[in-house]
Write a protein that binds this ligand. Structure first.
Ligand SMILES: C[S@@+](CC[C@H](N)C(=O)[O-])C[C@H]1O[C@@H](n2cnc3c(N)ncnc32)[C@H](O)[C@@H]1O
Length: 523
């Protein structure tokens, strides 16, 4: 697929801290990153993730490779405009890599492995074999079985109708999708009998056509069983080093308890395939590493990555905390979780800090580490590559100070969106990762930074009018045009921004406040 571009998007699972945490879960020592590291993205598209991570990790060197000049030229322009010195982008085909490509600590490929020919896949595996450092981590995503088994006909139909349509890939996929959507509306037996296929069509009708074209019209498109991918990577000397999202690393969260016995004792690749079958998975984020899995003591585990910092994912977090994943319901309650949450507050802690904390000394190191892993798996905690210090001042104090967004990368990101229902990925030097906010929140932040709080809501309403974009009613989706209603809606969105979004941006150092420069009264 080379006649239409892909679409930009920040993918949080590609942040080094997340990959490193998952590796440690399996006893795999991850690459150290504090003194610098090398990161390669194969098939980087418009480079949103690459650039965000590069801005958040000035100590790292980031290389992106893609064979579409429209993608690589965009990245070059962004690099120049944001003064990112640690990004190199190469317009090259996986089949012909430049001779001077170095070795990397991280190699990521998202949206590539399932969508290239078998020959190119061998080239990709060859690049990984030659260019991954001995303690490096590879992250690869692909379409998997059995989730696609009832969805395959949707691709067959889309490709069939697109081949007979006219225009570029966007035109052709639009025409094909119209026919398939009509079939779905007519409830033909295919969609009547396969509700998941019908739901997929409903989603595709709403999706960006650049995505639909790249996913469905691509000539090469392979759905793998996890075991086959694990075997391919074993062929280049790499073992499975875990998965994202985090809960997939705990088979108890991937199988209803009554089937646990059937899962036990299975070898790793069978277990991964069984988990996918239980969950009807259709997409995987897998990690691979050349390093062996080590039987660590809790202390060794804590020290394997003592620069990973854990904190509660949301200030509203409370116990009991319950989740349901693919039909499995699980929860967190009681000690040591309750005590840990109290001690940690809103600040972030490394595993050695938790093990050495006197207030947690009545718990064994095993139970504290298990509690962190359970919290991670169930979304109670998040992991960062840097520590976030609590407390931050009340939002009134922040708003009464001069605020700034120090990174040029982030300032440029705030200028881009004009309410097109996209997320905006901002870079945090504090966490070493990206942080996404909604485009409307990005506009509020941009106005706040450039003009302060005075008249903020009016300025936002003006900007909405100027860009001919509308806020919509929650229930009906109708544009809000009545000035009184509009001003109420803008007020509500600003209030939400101040209470939930701004404090986190300050905590992550994306927005900094200058306590000596009070500039006016808060709203
Ligand atoms: C589905 S997109 C994913 C882009 C990006 N990783 C993301 O997730 O946003 C796949 C990317 O791989 C690139 N690509 C496909 N085949 C390639 C090849 N043989 N050599 C280099 N790049 C290739 C495409 O140009 C495209 O940007």
């Amino acid at each position: 697929m080379t006649d239409v571009s892909y679409l930009p998007g920040y993918y949080p699972f590609m942040a080094p801290a997340r990959m490193r945490y998952v590796a440690t879960l399996h006893g795999i020592r991850p690459p150290a990153i504090s003194k610098g590291f090398d990161f390669l993205e194969l098939g980087c598209g418009f480079g949103s993730t690459l650039l965000t991570l590069a801005a958040a990790n000035p100590q790292g060197s980031f290389t992106g490779i893609d064979f579409m000049p429209v993608h690589t030229r965009h990245i070059e322009r962004e690099v120049a405009a944001t003064d990112l010195r640690n990004v190199r982008v190469l317009c090259a085909d996986f089949a012909a890599m430049p001779a001077d490509l170095p070795k990397f600590d991280f190699i990521a490929l998202h949206g590539v492995f399932s969508w290239v020919s078998p020959e190119l896949r061998q080239h990709v595996l060859g690049i990984i074999r030659r260019h991954l450092k001995p303690d490096g981590i590879v992250e690869v995503t692909y379409n998997c079985m059995p989730g696609w088994s009832s969805l395959l006909p949707v691709r067959t139909l889309l490709r069939h109708f697109a081949e007979r349509a006219e225009g570029d890939s966007i035109d052709r996929v639009r025409q094909a999708l119209t026919i398939v959507a009509d079939m779905r509306k007519a409830d033909i037996p295919l969609f009547h009998d396969q509700p998941l296929a019908a739901q997929l069509v409903d989603r595709l009708v709403q999706a960006d056509l650049h995505y639909v074209a790249h996913e469905y019209l691509n000539e090469h498109w392979t759905v793998f069983h996890a075991a086959d991918v694990l075997a391919m990577f074993a062929g280049i000397g790499l073992g499975h080093a875990g998965r994202l999202p985090y809960h997939h690393n705990h088979w108890e969260l991937c199988a209803k308890p009554q089937f646990a016995r059937q899962f036990q004792g299975a070898d790793l690749s069978t277990l991964e395939t069984l988990k996918d079958h239980h969950a009807n998975a259709m997409f995987r984020w897998d990690l691979f590493s050349p390093r062996p899995r080590e039987p660590w003591t809790p202390r060794q585990r804590a020290e394997a990555a003592d620069d990973l910092f854990f904190r509660t994912a949301s200030p509203q977090a409370s116990l009991p905390h319950t989740v349901t994943y693919g039909g499995v319901t699980a929860g967190i309650a009681g000690p040591p979780h309750d005590r840990m949450l109290k001690v940690m507050g809103q600040a972030s802690w490394s595993l050695p800090m938790l093990l050495d904390e006197p207030q947690l000394s009545q718990f064994t190191p095993e139970s504290l580490i298990e509690a962190v892993d359970a919290g991670m798996a169930m979304g109670l905690f998040r992991v960062d590559g840097g520590s976030v210090i609590d407390p931050i001042p009340p939002v009134e104090t922040i708003l009464a100070s001069r605020l700034s967004v120090p990174l040029p990368f982030n300032r440029r990101g705030l200028k881009r969106p004009d309410l097109v229902n996209e997320q905006v990925g901002l870079a945090s030097l504090t966490t070493g990762a990206g942080h996404e906010i909604g485009d409307l929140h990005a506009v509020i932040l941009d106005e706040l930074i450039s003009g302060g709080t005075r008249g903020l809501e009016d300025r936002i309403a003006d900007r909405l009018a100027r860009t001919d974009k509308h806020l919509r009613e929650h229930t009906t989706g109708r544009p809000i045009t009545n000035p009184v209603e509009l001003s109420k809606a803008v007020h509500a969105i600003c209030a939400d921004f101040f209470t939930t979004v701004l404090p986190e941006l300050v905590r992550q150092g994306i927005v900094v406040w200058d306590r000596d420069q009070a500039v006016g009264k808060a709203l």
